[in-house]
Design a protein around this ligand. Structure first.
Ligand SMILES: [Zn+2]
Length: 353
């Protein structure tokens, strides 16, 4: 069976083009380089206005909740927990790409219009900590299931030669800092043998953190910020603060990683599991198309994780990222063929829920 066969025969040509065109429209909002639609900014508002217009065109019933999350309900569809939501977010990181979040929304509008059931949801402000979905799970009605289509944002599907992937769970995230103390001194008069250089010690700490993550399967750890005190070219550093972002697929590995690195997280999101029955549904759709079935954990956080943690059976369909899996960058890329296939699988899964 040819990979994109079902889609190509299943949908008029103009609809295939429309998905990619809508991504371009969203990308055109605001100033470049890249997409700049920070949560709750005028640019995110403009993206929501576009999505609302497409929902109306698709004959969906539009609703906005108190947090600004946007919904498009298929007419006559089930309500409450009988309802299925599909969607993602339209905010971006600064200088973000064309596909992160936006693809899940555009694909959801296409899929819900096509099968005439379910609701599209566009969550607000995902990138800075899932503000929209968090607000929703504490204050609004929730669906009986949630499907989120999203780009992989990594190289694993491309490496496996698979256009699509099924997410098993979303990694837990732990963030905090490590402070390294030393002794300030004159860069010219303090002999090497008597120095207590905080930055040299911090450099060893960074290597140790990297090694700790390497010893635990599918764990990752990153030092992304380094603050040096006093931070002068001719003063031996007296203190260094390292940021730590550590992630692992399950609670047991999160705890082991935390112990191996040795820091107190000030921010912690527990890992979440995707619903087995929804994963089975997606797997059947992939198998039915003769596609390879690749299951993987998501190292990035997603609205689906927030809903899953709140008890909503949730699943994610990943679309292969090209360009080495680069994301949060204007170089983010997925192929039109893979996007078509993903929308087709999403629609078919929605029809069967
Ligand atoms: Zn995203």
């Amino acid at each position: 069976m040819g990979l994109p066969g079902v889609w190509r025969y299943g949908l008029p040509y103009h609809r295939r083009v429309r998905v990619m065109e809508r991504l371009e429209w969203l990308y055109a909002i605001g100033e470049g380089p890249g997409a700049n639609r920070i949560g709750y900014s005028a640019e995110e508002d403009a993206a929501h206005d576009l999505a609302r217009m497409w929902m109306v065109e698709a004959g969906l019933e539009v609703e906005v909740d108190v947090a600004g999350n946007l919904f498009g309900h298929a007419h006559g569809s089930e309500t409450g927990t009988g309802r299925v939501w599909t969607g993602s977010h339209l905010d971006t990181v600064p200088e973000g790409g064309k596909f992160d979040g936006a693809l899940g929304v555009v694909a959801a509008i296409e899929a819900v219009e096509r099968v005439g059931r379910g609701s599209v949801v566009v969550f607000r402000d995902e990138e800075r900590g899932c503000a929209g979905s968090r607000a929703r799970v504490t204050s609004g009605e929730l669906p009986g299931a949630f499907l989120e289509l999203h780009i992989e944002q990594g190289p694993r599907l491309a490496d496996a030669g698979a256009p699509l992937g099924i997410v098993t769970g979303i990694a837990g995230v732990m963030r905090g800092s490590i402070v390294v103390a030393g002794r300030e001194g004159h860069a010219g008069t303090t002999p090497m043998g008597v120095r207590d250089d905080a930055l040299v010690k911090a450099a060893r700490e960074i290597l140790r953190i990297e090694e700790a993550a390497r010893t635990i399967e599918d764990a990752v750890a990153t030092v992304g910020q380094v603050e040096v005190e006093p931070g002068a070219v001719n003063v031996i550093p007296a203190g260094v603060t390292l940021s730590v972002d550590a992630r692992a697929p399950d609670v047991e590995r999160c705890d082991r990683l935390l112990a191996a690195i040795g820091f107190e997280p000030t921010y912690r999101i527990d890992p979440s599991k995707m619903a087995p029955e929804l994963r089975d549904l997606l797997r059947a759709e992939l198998e039915g198309r003769g596609l390879p079935v690749v299951e993987l954990t998501s190292g990035a956080g997603h609205d689906a994780g927030v809903l899953a943690t709140a008890g909503v059976p949730s699943a994610m369909l990943f679309v292969r990222s090209l360009n080495g899996g680069i994301s949060h960058s204007p170089d983010e890329l997925s192929s039109e063929e893979d996007v078509e296939l993903a929308v087709d699988v999403l629609a078919a899964a929605l029809a069967r829920l």
